[in-house]
Each structure stands twice: as structure tokens, then as C-alpha cells.
Design a protein around this ligand. Structure first.
Ligand code: NIG
Ligand code: FE
Length: 412
């Protein structure tokens, strides 16, 4: 099956296969071809170039993209889209003055979602989650990481990871699974942290590894959740089971989580709303991807990740949604890209790099996703007719996507 797309107003994010992430000043550069064509063969990008050099191609299907821009689909490297129910009441409680932390301390927050998840059948969790997955695919996401972490019991965590696997079997979108048993301490372990960590290490991890249910291990390293020492213990165990760490750090406090991530060679450190100069300094000369989640900052009214300082230090940055029922009930990567420009002062070029190639890196899939490169998956966004790619973040409330292709197939 050969699809030929012609008359593309501008084709964005053209990269050589050797590029797996872009950092520092390079993030300001977004290589493009104006008036371009693109050939898709068997779900992969087979060729592209200027319309001036269009070769003779016997295509099964031709798409005319006159006036439209094409870019690689978004790579959302941090989500919690498998969950049961919602936390709308907590949203209203926060409007009325309670903080996210106060709600959590009253048994709401993650424990509220865990209660709901454990009371909901696997089938029902699957049905609720697939609606969210289908929604984000329509919004241009072509690869996604999904975490467990609302089970907090052996059965609950395995149930979540099986739902993630079933989603990845039933949908063309690339899905990476992360085990986040260390998301919060269940109430019965409040005074017995070692008991819960023992459960994670000796019961959950072996069962997950045996069934190959996860690619990565995550820990919520934060005051009131997991200490740096506890985080290290869990990362260490995860690595022994073949899971690379991707960790929640510096959301509300800078307590040394980044330094722990560096020590255990994490693929990414995520959130980073509260950064001390030494946190940025520590990330220099590492291969770790800093991941910012601006719609979480927006929803909770907490500081935004200091992207300008991170980029000025020569570091890369990726953007993701954090889609979850408590801190970010939205999986819209278009909004994330716009908010990064508007609130974090990232340029459109930096934000698009952060949401494509750097997002792919943060999921370990940069060799197959995140750029227009021959041999990579034809996971593409085709916009409506627009003036320039600046319009994507500029018109922040509009849906400017006309079509999304996953492995060359139009999904709608
Ligand atoms: O990334 N910070 C920890 N975990 C999620 C929120 C979890 C929740 O509130 O349900 C996050 O923001
Ligand atoms: Fe998160």
C-alpha cells in the first residue's frame, strides 16, 4: 500500500536518523521543507522532498495537502489515562480554597482514585480508558506512555497494567507501559512504609516482570509521598527486573529526586516545577530527558517548569500532558504546546521539538517516532489550511487538526 501526499504547504521536523533528541540552542531550530511531498509505504515514511523534485510514483492513494502543514504526531511521554471515575468534586473543593495537598491529606487525591479503581472491574476500566485514548489520538497523539499507580495493591496494579496491554493490542498507536506502584502509600501502610515497599519489590515487580507488563518504573519522589532513599530502593529493584526509571520529581519541592534519577540512570525526570540552580546544574552532561507538564501547572495553579533556564543550560526538554484525574484531566498535546509557548516562553520551534522528537526520546522510541525521517512510522498530523505553524500555539483554543495518520492510516 503506497500513499502519496502532495502539495504540503510545509513539512515540519525533518531529521536525520542519527538525531534522537535536540538540546539547548538546537531546540530553536525546526528543519522544514516548504511545498513538499511525502510517500508512505506499509505504514512507514518511505520518501519525502520538495514538489520540485517529485519522482514518478505509482500510488494507491493520493492526498492533496494544499494549504496544509504536516508534522509528526505528538509523542506524549507521561500520562495516567487508565483510571476509574473522576475527581470532579476535588476540583470544586480546590476552587473553594483547599489545596491539592490538603485534599490528599484528607484521604482524597491518589488514594481516592485507588479506591475507585479497586472497586471497578477490569472490563469497565478498559472501556473508560479507551474513550480517553481515542480522544487523544484524534487530538494528534501518535505515541503515548501510560502509567499504573491507581491500584496500590498487587491485584490493582496488575489489573491496570493488563488494561494498558490490552489497549496496545487493540490500537495502532504505540503505547509504552510504566509501573508506578510507588505513587502513594495506601492508608494501611502510612506507618509502615517498609511494608509497602516490600510489597512493591517482592510481590508486584516479580509478577509484572514475569508477564512482561511494563517497560519502565516510576516513583512519586516528593514530600509526603516517597523519600529519596525510598525512591532509590524502588528504582534499584526495578532496574534488576529490567525496567528503566522515569520518575516524578520536583513537583512541589526540590528534595534531591533529580540527583537520585541521575544516579540510577533514569530515562527522564518529570514535572520539575520547583527547580534549584543545583538541580539544573546536575542534569548537565547526562543523557536524561527533563519533561515538563504545563497543563498540570495550569490546572493546579502551581509554577511552570523553568524551560528558559533549562534550555539556557544547554539541556533538552520534552513536553507531555500528565493526563490524570487529579492534577491534569486533559490529554490535549495542542494545549500543552500552546501553554509552553504562552506561559513558559518556549518558541513554537522549541515547543514542537519538545512535543515530538524529545517526547519520543523520553519513551525510548526516538528511532521509530518523533520526526519526518525515512523508515520511521508514518504517524502524522495534517492540519487544516493554516497561515504558518505559528498558528498552532497562537490559536490556542482552536482545533487546527484536519486528519491524524497512524502507521499511514487515517483515523477518524
Ligand atoms: O503526575 N504527581 C503525581 N501524580 C500525578 C497526579 C496524581 C493524581 O492526583 O491522581 C501527577 O500529577
Ligand atoms: Fe504524572
Amino acid at each position: 500500500m503506497i500513499t502519496l501526499i502532495i502539495n504540503i504547504k510545509e513539512l515540519l521536523q525533518i531529521r536525520d536518523s542519527s538525531i534522537t533528541k535536540v538540546s539547548g540552542a538546537e531546540m530553536a531550530i525546526l528543519p522544514t521543507i516548504k511545498n513538499a511531498y511525502l510517500v508512505i509505504q506499509n505504514g512507514l515514511i518511505a520518501d519525502f522532498g520538495s514538489m520540485d523534485n517529485l519522482p514518478e510514483i505509482h500510488a494507491d492513494k493520493i492526498i492533496d495537502a494544499t494549504g496544509k502543514i504536516i508534522l509528526p504526531s505528538w509523542c506524549d511521554s507521561h500520562t495516567h489515562i487508565v483510571y476509574a471515575g473522576n475527581r470532579e468534586q476535588e476540583f470544586v473543593d480546590r476552587i473553594n480554597g483547599l489545596s491539592y495537598e490538603e485534599i490528599a491529606n484528607r484521604g482524597g487525591g491518589i488514594l481516592n482514585s485507588a479506591k475507585k479503581l479497586n472497586e471497578t472491574s477490569e472490563e469497565e476500566i478498559y472501556n473508560q480508558s479507551k474513550v480517553r485514548l481515542e480522544e487523544v489520538m484524534q487530538l494528534g497523539t501518535g505515541a503515548i506512555e501510560i502509567k499504573s499507580g491507581y491500584g496500590l495493591t498487587v491485584d490493582g496494579e496488575l489489573k491496570m497494567l493488563r488494561v494498558i496491554r490490552r489497549l496496545s493490542q487493540n490500537y495502532l498507536i504505540t503505547i509504552k507501559a510504566t509501573f508506578l506502584g510507588a505513587h502513594a502509600f495506601p492508608l494501611e501502610y502510612t506507618a509502615n512504609h517498609n511494608g509497602y515497599i516490600d510489597l512493591i519489590i517482592n510481590k508486584m515487580l516479580p509478577a509484572i516482570a514475569e508477564n512482561k507488563l511494563a517497560d519502565f518504573i516510576d516513583v512519586f519522589c516528593e514530600t509526603g509521598y516517597f523519600t529519596v532513599e525510598e525512591t532509590q530502593q524502588i528504582m534499584d529493584a526495578g532496574i534488576k527486573f529490567g525496567l528503566k526509571p522515569k520518575i516524578h520529581v520536583n513537583q512541589f519541592n526540590s528534595i534531591g529526586g533529580i540527583q537520585a534519577g541521575i544516579k540510577y540512570n533514569a530515562l527522564s525526570v518529570d514535572h520539575l516545577e520547583i527547580m534549584k540552580p543545583e538541580d539544573i546544574e546536575a542534569l548537565k552532561n547526562t543523557e536524561i530527558m527533563p519533561v515538563a507538564l504545563p497543563s498540570c501547572s495550569y490546572f493546579l495553579s502551581i509554577p511552570y517548569t523553568p524551560a528558559r533556564e533549562i534550555i539556557a543550560a544547554g539541556l533538552p526538554i520534552a513536553l507531555a500532558t500528565d493526563y490524570n484525574p487529579g492534577s491534569t484531566p486533559s490529554g490535549n498535546m495542542n494545549f500543552v504546546v500552546a501553554t509552553a509557548c504562552i506561559k513558559m516562553k518556549m518558541t513554537p520551534e522549541e515547543a514542537i521539538n519538545a512535543a515530538t522528537i524529545n517526547g519520543a526520546y523520553a519513551m525510548g522510541i526516538a528511532s521509530s517516532h518523533g520526526s519526518i525521517t525515512i523508515g520511521k512510522k508514518a504517524n502524522l498530523i495534517i492540519t487544516k489550511p493554516i497561515h504558518s505553524y505559528y498558528q498552532l500555539p497562537y490559536a490556542f483554543g482552536s482545533n487546527l487538526i484536519e486528519n491524524v495518520l497512524i502507521e499511514g492510516e487515517v483515523i477518524s
